[in-house]
Design a protein around this ligand. Sequence first.
Ligand code: HEC
Ligand code: HEC
Length: 282
Amino acid sequence: MPRLCSLFSLPSTTQPRRVLSKSFFTAGLLCLSLFSHVSVMAQQRLLPLDKVQSGLAFTGPEILELQADDFANPALPYLDKGAKLWSQAAGKADKSCESCHGDINSSMKGVATRYPAIDKASKKLFNLEDRIRSCRTKQQKASDWPLESDELLAVSLYVTSASNGMPVQANIDGAAKPHFENGQKIFMTRQGQMNMACTQCHDQRYGIKLYTDRLSQGQPNAYPAYRIEWQSLASLERRLRFCYNGVRAEVPAWGHGVMRDISLYLMWRAQGLNIEVPSVRK
Ligand code: HEC
Ligand code: HEC
């Protein structure tokens, strides 16, 4: 990378951090945009399997410590909440998740590793949150949990925790194939005012510093994750929306199929990684 671009990773000591943060980030983006290129082929793994690394590898020691701390990890209260909701009867059916599914550690073991997946009834690509909402309204006959609501995220985290440490999988055949292909295409396509593709940051530039934070590979295996900046648990969809904003691209409506397609591509690309929850991100 040209020398000019290495400058933006060196914070000045004379100015306050906050002020610098934004402009350094923007300068970084411009540099990335100018000096990287995207090559798109039919079906590719631009990140070789032996190079795949979890976001944890890039977060720095404070986050590592916080995530490992059994008391201070800020995602833990959500896990407790998820456990409570799992066994709480609700709706016209007056059933809890547990009434039908039983012990989470057997019924939900491995489930989160293979989402997004095609929902047989609607033929849509469902992420885990979509699947849970469908059980909530159709099986429990209870009020919907909106996307990004605390309840939905807490239950999603709890269900995901039953797959902790298990390798992610992705079924990209059959009805899932066009979704995978679309997700891959978007990942490789430049967009937004910054005219940048996901691959430019997350395949080609991971490890470099955008001001204080190192770019990760954009892996999906730790979601829902607690994000300190947002002071809350957040879905993968919310994280992706933030990246859309980052390159000043038009953000698809909440729940849009495009976000599920990208997530499926991400899960395929993440093979080799294990599910890691409850996780923390800056
Ligand atoms: C300009 C660079 C840039 C682009 C382009 C970009 N992102 Fe990101 N992305 C970031 C930054 C910065 C973060 C937060 C730090 C990190 O994890 O890298 C992030 C985080 C993520 C994460 C969370 C990783 C984790 O472990 O918590 C995912 C997933 C992700 N991006 C996916 C995408 C996808 C999909 C696209 C394209 C739609 C995209 N990003 C485009 C910069 C970018
Ligand atoms: C009345 C029984 C019933 C209740 C209550 C119920 N579910 Fe389900 N759930 C099912 C059935 C049946 C399926 C499989 C058929 C389908 O796809 O809908 C399923 C499928 C699932 C799956 C997908 C499993 C897989 O292998 O892909 C998840 C995740 C799930 N339920 C979570 C929940 C959660 C969380 C709750 C509570 C909020 C809940 N369910 C409540 C009956 C129920």
